[in-house]
Design a protein around this ligand. Sequence first.
Ligand code: FES
Length: 409
Amino acid sequence: MTEDKKKFNITVKSNTKDLYGFMKLVPNRKKRIEQSSNEPIISDPINSLARKLHPERQYLTISEITDQTKSAKVFKLKPDPELGTKELAYFRAGQYLSLKVKVNGVEITRPYSISSSPLDALEGFYEITIRKEEHGFLTNHIWHNWKVGTKVVSSGPEGFFYFEPLRDLKNIVGIAGGSGITPFRSIVKAIIERKIDAKLTVLYGSSEEDDIIFYKEFKNLEKEHPDKLKVIHILSCEEVSLEGCETGFITAHIIEKYCDVKNSTFFICGPQIMYEFVANELKKFKLPQKRIRREAFGEIKDVVNYPGFPKKVTEKTFRVKAHIGSIIKEIPAIATESVLVALERANLTPPSKCRSGECGFCRSLLISGEIYTSPIDDWRRAADKKFNYFHPCYSYPISDLEIKVPRHL
Ligand code: FES
């Protein structure tokens, strides 16, 4: 034995073994094909499983609505067998559902994190927690129209914002703002229920005490499972009566005070403005990018302030010639609104899920014209960029356009 073989304890039995194995493979396969039945395959178990795990749509009914805070409600959703959904798709804690909602005759979609645990899905329900936004077009509609019994159409579970033990460190730091706490409820429940070897520390920023979602529930979980959960509230208001809270914002100082920064993976979920602030604070620790994961936060709210956006078009409205299925329609598109919103306003029901450029579901072809796509989080493949494919949810018109959009019914 050579020194290397001794060191790694390698024994080579036969270098022709693989070759013989391969030579047997083809005749064996032919024999098996000859022996197989000529009957057509009625159900393919692999495809059935894939459809079960990743259904294109799920028909749900609201079975319960609970007030969480004065501006946040928990909606419990059960499958609607009458419309064809007998059981719910399982998911990874941290994923979202893209809900299809008709508002004033226009169909739009919005992603909402699932706030219940994956085990709850096996028990037959999901929960989503929605916070009412002051001028929120959709949340206003939901507040006034969704009742127990309302039927809701959703996608299967989607997204990449989940803890993966093969990739992430077992100290998880969840940085949440406002309704960004919702995926962390699902994540901590999954950690506890499945006895996952991980601990979640949540730094949760809220404007005032009344805005804190799941306050009591998280307190109880913390008490029962101190080895799995720690929550620190950071309030940006001046008057605070809750004990043990921090005031101000989630700064590097706060992060360092409560977390083992060098041995943690960070998950961020909250409003866009919080991402920007926290991203700058985290930069101070010089962490590798793979240790910071962030939930896609929907469309860009202030594209005008994004790097490279041409300010001269800010007030402009362009014409978009859209080919969608067999329909060709010319529609107006405001420079500061995504192409997806323009298509939705024209009631063309374009496909969408994440609304943040991440999932690629809205991928369309730019036939002519110019769009602005933020260099931050441009998730397109290099080949797509080269051949003029773009994501309408994350692209803004900066000239008249002609585009081809896929049709999903
Ligand atoms: S909806 Fe996901 S990339 Fe556009």
